[in-house]
Write a protein that binds this ligand. Structure first.
Ligand code: WQD
Length: 342
């Protein structure tokens, strides 16, 4: 097992859960986060849930003036590898302000830091967004790529850069994890998703309606060719997703040769928007008023994962149900109605 792991974006929604699972697996971690879209309180909560050896470097990987500090920090930490999650993640914002999203230099600074530490092991936070529209479900890793927006393209471009790295130096061991739709929260209710402003994604929006912060949910389209007309997605519990990162590091440390592998992290099961609403209603015992609205630009009718490769290579599979996802998401939302500012 790789022991000293750098987690960029470690204070974020997925990052905080990854940190907890790494500590539980016996790793020491160095979180690199600039708190531009995250909250320092998340680091306190990680320490509370999973006491262990957790260092913090408050830096912006995309800021060239901070690159040397990051490289020195990673070297001094004695890193064995890294999980790269830092980055912006709002699809709509990426369309409006693409230049903020094409910060490939952030990833390259991390690459330089890992080279300086002689630790060429990297797990990259990619996304199912890299897939094009034309794939049959469940989608396999060799499905056609063709992201619809700058956010998705940055994920695909970085995957490609990492493949080039592994072609150039056989010591690079890389996994690109293609996340489906992460939802839920740590069962303690102490860490969870804390979106800035109006949530773009379904679960944080439903949760804010349930807790009374918003009046109603807009369901984007009920005329898709799906079982109830609403969009179908592969929702995955964030703790299952986080365990997938630990499994990916274990896999990489067992590899005799380098390479870069794309792996889906999903459950393999799709739920519609209306099914998600019903499940959340049951879990929260709150009403979730909703209204049918026009389709959202860029949405596909249905996408869910073929999750077999993760089983075969990583020995990992998602264990938590949609009921667990809703119960844990609700516990986080109701215990922290205003997120980390609560
Ligand atoms: C799910 C379903 C919506 C909001 C996006 C990104 C992806 C990843 C996760 C990461 C769809 C419907 C949503 C609402 C709704 N990004 N919906 N009302 O679009 O599958 O994936 O988020 O950081 O890269 O593309 O997830 O949660 O936005 O939507 O009806 O208010 O819920 O139309 O069918 P999506 P989502």
């Amino acid at each position: 097992m790789t022991k000293k792991i750098v987690v960029t974006g470690g204070a974020g929604y997925i990052g905080s859960h990854v940190c907890v699972e790494l500590i539980n697996a016996g790793c020491e971690i160095l979180i690199i986060d600039d708190f531009s879209n995250t909250h320092p309180e998340a680091v306190n909560r990680i320490r509370e849930i999973a006491p262990g050896n957790i260092s913090l470097l408050q830096c912006d990987l995309a800021n060239a003036a901070q690159a040397e500090e990051i490289i020195e920090g990673v070297k001094a930490f004695g890193a064995d590898g890294a999980i790269h999650l830092a980055g912006l993640k709002a699809v709509g914002e990426s369309v409006a302000e693409p230049a903020r999203y094409y910060t490939v230099s952030a990833m390259l600074t991390l690459v330089r830091a890992l080279e300086a530490a002689n630790a060429r092991t990297l797990v990259f936070s990619s996304s199912a967004t890299v897939y094009g529209e034309l794939n049959d479900n469940p989608v396999k890793e060799d499905g056609k790529t063709g992201p619809e927006n700058p956010y998705g393209r940055t994920k695909l471009f970085i995957e490609e850069i990492l493949k080039d790295l592994s072609r150039g130096n056989e010591n690079w061991r890389i996994v690109n994890l293609r996340y489906f739709n992460p939802v839920g929260a740590h069962p303690s209710g102490r860490i969870g998703e804390d979106p800035n402003g109006v949530p773009n994604n379904l679960f944080p929006f439903i949760a804010q309606v349930a807790v009374g912060r918003r009046d109603k949910l807009m369901v984007f389209g009920d005329d898709y060719t799906t079982r109830d007309g609403t969009g179908v997605r592969d929702y995955i519990h964030v703790s299952d997703l986080a365990r997938g990162h630990v499994a990916a590091l274990d896999y990489l440390s067992a590899q005799k040769t380098g390479g870069a592998t794309d792996i889906n992290l999903g459950t393999g099961t799709g739920y519609s928007v209306l099914e998600a609403i019903s499940a959340f209603k049951r879990a929260s015992n709150r009403d979730i008023p909703y209204e049918i609205a026009p389709r959202r630009d860029g949405d596909v009718a249905e996408i869910y994962a073929n999750a077999e490769l993760a089983k075969t290579l990583l020995g990992w599979r998602a264990e938590k149900t949609i009921e667990d996802m809703c119960a844990d998401h609700w516990r986080w939302q109701s215990d922290n109605p205003d997120g980390y500012e609560s």
